[in-house]
Design a binder for this molecule. Sequence first.
Ligand SMILES: [Zn+2]
Length: 223
Amino acid sequence: MSSIEKMLAYNRQWSEQIRQENPGYLETIAADQQPEILWIGCSDSRVGPDQLIGLPMGSIFVHRNVANIFATNDLNCLAVLEYAVDELKVPNIVVCGHYGCGGIKAALEHSGVQPVDLWLDQVRFVRNRYSAELDQLPIAERANRLAERNVESQVYNICRNTIIREAWKRGQEVNVIGVIYDIHDGLLKQLGLEFRSQQDWERHDRRTHPRPSHTTPHMLRVE
Ligand SMILES: [Zn+2]
């Protein structure tokens, strides 16, 4: 049986089973979606959120790409964030990276002009920002530390975005957190990042990016 045949056979069996065990369930969730989480993760086949966090259908609004990037110049990322926050009122945003990420390794090892190389330039910005820390590490540890720093940076990109700032300003509940996943033990680790309000975020931003009073205002700062 080919992979596609297996997929379709499994689906028929699943559909029959769920309708027998829980009649009306699929009709109920067909009417509306009220997800609890916007999940921004890597496309890697081993880190899908459904198995990792075990929430029922309809709980997770998902965006995945190579190296779990929230790119502020990417219409796809922005559209997902806007729809999740402004329309679905999703109360939690989770950026999930993972150790052993091929995209992170590629960003460390080479650059080029292929689409994936250009996409990974966003991880190279992160690498350059933390080069003093990363260069001190043994090569084997460098990619995993960059994976952590990349999650942090994508959380920061989200918190700086107007969509989130406006939501916080109008009092909407939006918690932004960063986690990383280790395929070796299947465990998610929170990276000490959790922002529930503009005040939360600004306190952290001032602490981690102190600015001399005479230099560029926040909105014009380039990092
Ligand atoms: Zn990955």
